[in-house]
Design a protein around this ligand. Structure first.
Ligand SMILES: [Ca+2]
Length: 330
């Protein structure tokens, strides 16, 4: 079928436009915004929410671009990280929070099967107990990263999830804040995690992980619970490996942990730091991590450690959550 003359001209124009767009490093932010609004509406966000929040007066946030471009610091040892994160002030505040919210945390444990000290430790490490949630306007941060970033598809999807939070009315735009990279509220969920795992802890119909503590606690506990948490187990413990221990038994990639029963580890000569035998629960398994390599401390970690890794895949992070949880539960 021959195209009518006008359509052929339009097709040629489209080709030229597409060609030019590819020839340039990237489209302008305003051009991108037009496309983004269409994409969000196509994903089912109402035009009112899209047009009311992805407005023409949004500009790229240069600070977000700068932070995104910064090379991660690869030089910090676990030992230094641990001292920074699991410090005495954070331990003391964590103990106060355990006491202050004892009833709420007991209710959370009853519903989700997550012991209070782990909810409080995650809250303490993510945002210093809600006091440092990041002041970034999330819509602007995600728009900046979706337009500029190396992970355009990822942040575009996150932006659509963020718009859905507004659409569902969990929080208003002025309070939709978080980290420069899009992590939300007191427990720093990415918008996609919010969609999957945030819950309404106090039953008011909103999942407000910014200002409502029960919603924040319940969402953190739900995240762990849905990721396989076991409420009758701990995270792991520091251990000492025997002299001449086969280093290949230590887990080097947490995506492929070398798991054995606690019984087997005990028979291989692994002990507690004071030399006592490690306690054994029949059938329970664990693996050994050394966040600082063979020269640093060793930890025998259990199923719940893998759950913490599903929150943040870093042995520095997961081990610090465990150590802080221990410290504030004592
Ligand atoms: Ca609520």
């Amino acid at each position: 079928m021959r195209l009518p003359k006008l359509a052929a001209a339009a097709a040629a124009f489209t080709f030229l436009f597409t060609f030019n767009a590819h020839a340039q490093p990237k489209e302008s932010f305003n051009e991108w915004l037009v496309d983004m609004r269409q994409a969000a509406i196509a994903e089912g966000i109402s035009p009112a929410v899209v047009n009311g929040n992805l407005t023409d007066d949004i500009t790229p946030n240069q600070r977000v671009i700068d932070l995104d471009g910064k090379q991660p610091e690869g030089t910090m040892t676990f030992e230094k990280y641990r001292r920074l994160i699991v410090n005495q002030s954070r331990i003391n505040t964590g103990r106060q929070m355990m006491a202050r919210y004892r009833n709420e945390l007991a209710e959370i444990e009853r519903q989700y099967g997550v012991q209070p000290q782990y909810v409080v430790a995650l809250w303490g490490i993510e945002t210093n107990y809600g006091s440092n949630t990041g002041g970034f306007d999330i819509i602007r941060s995600l728009a900046t990263l979706a337009w500029d970033g190396r992970r355009r598809d990822f942040f575009t999807a996150e932006l659509i999830h963020a718009l859905r939070i507004l659409e569902e009315g969990h929080i208003d735009r002025a309070n939709l804040t978080g980290s420069w990279a899009g992590a939300l509220g007191q427990v720093q969920f990415m918008p996609s995690s919010f969609a999957r795992l945030a819950v309404d802890g106090d039953g008011d119909g909103k999942k407000d992980i910014w200002t409502n503590r029960m919603d924040a606690f319940a969402s953190a506990a739900n995240y762990l619970s849905r990721s396989g948490w076991r409420g009758d187990e701990r995270w792991g413990r520091e251990v000492v490996l025997p002299r001449g221990f086969d280093q290949s038994q230590v887990t080097s990639s947490t995506r492929n942990p070398n798991e054995r029963t606690l019984d087997q580890w005990r028979n291989m000569g692994i002990t507690q730091p004071n030399g006592a035998a490690i306690p054994v629960v029949p059938g329970m398994r664990g693996f050994i991590v050394q966040p600082d390599g063979s020269g640093g401390p060793s930890y025998l970690v259990y199923n719940n450690y893998k759950t913490i890794l599903s929150w943040n895949r870093s042995t520095y992070f997961a081990t610090s959550v465990g150590l802080l949880a221990n410290a504030i539960a004592n």
